[in-house]
Design a protein around this ligand. Structure first.
Ligand code: DGL
Length: 248
């Protein structure tokens, strides 16, 4: 059966990270119904082999499509890197939106010619990241930092306090010392730590979160297919992977 404008938009991530993408989307399109699945049982994705992430991404997409989602937002950079091509090939009629590290805007705005990208190992080893850098960062030095600890901090709700600050400093200070004037948040868990990252980087680097750009892309895709909701109450369902309601 063809999708309808009143059908929901589905989101998934390994955990709570993608909630910042969901929030940006709901702010932009408040009439849309949304369903979010947090795959916390399999979190973190960052160091898992790509085949395992592909299997999770397919299973989560199936769950969302079973609930009649008209579009799927892969609100996870690591899952986008490993699986988006396969998801698109498996469900050619479904519009998918993925995450892309905001390397291009960082490069365009950088004055020092040095930018820092924070992401998981899985994102850095993906084709999408390599191609984005090759395309947009030819004359820019791109420094990278795998910040896996931050995923754990966010999953534990520990986005302030001494441990979070020590972990943010350990990743961010070397990038600043090396001259980075823009920091790209290349994992959807990281915007949850943005206030702390901005505090550490204050006066030295701008912090870029792609959530709004992803929400805009989702809007464009829905509009192109005539699937934007024109009525609705913007109801949002948050699930764990077991189908249990997620505790916020
Ligand atoms: N939030 C995810 C990302 O954007 C995954 C983090 C993880 O599970 O390691 O990459």
């Amino acid at each position: 059966m063809a999708s309808k404008a009143t059908d929901p938009v589905g989101f998934f991530d390994s955990g709570r990270g993608g909630l910042c993408v969901l929030e940006a989307f709901r702010k932009r399109l408040p009439l849309e119904k949304t369903i979010y699945i947090a795959d916390t049982e399999h979190c973190p994705y960052g160091n898992k082999p790509p085949e395992e992430i592909v299997a999770r991404a397919k299973a989560l997409t199936e769950q969302l499509l079973a609930q009649r989602c008209k579009m799927v937002v892969v609100a996870c950079n690591t899952a986008t890197a490993a699986a988006i091509d396969i998801l698109r090939a498996t469900w050619p009629d479904v519009p998918f939106v993925g995450m892309e590290p905001a390397v291009k805007p960082a490069v365009l705005r950088s004055k020092s010619g040095i930018v820092g990208v924070l992401a998981t190992a899985g994102t850095f080893s993906g084709r999408l990241y390599r191609e984005t850098c090759a395309r947009f960062a030819k004359n820019t030095r791109v420094l990278t930092c795998v910040a896996d600890d931050w995923v754990t901090l966010v999953e534990n709700g520990e986005t302030t306090g001494p441990r979070a600050e020590a972990s943010v400093r350990a990743c961010v200070e070397p990038l600043l010392a090396a001259g980075a004037d823009h920091l790209v948040l290349g994992c959807t868990h990281f915007p949850h730590l943005k206030p702390l990252i901005e505090q550490v980087a204050a006066g030295q680097a701008e912090v870029l979160d792609p959530s709004d750009a992803v929400a805009r892309q989702a809007e464009r895709l829905l509009a192109a297919r005539n699937l934007l909701a024109t009525v609705g109450d913007g109801v949002c369902l948050l699930y764990g992977v077991d189908g249990e309601n997620m505790v916020e």
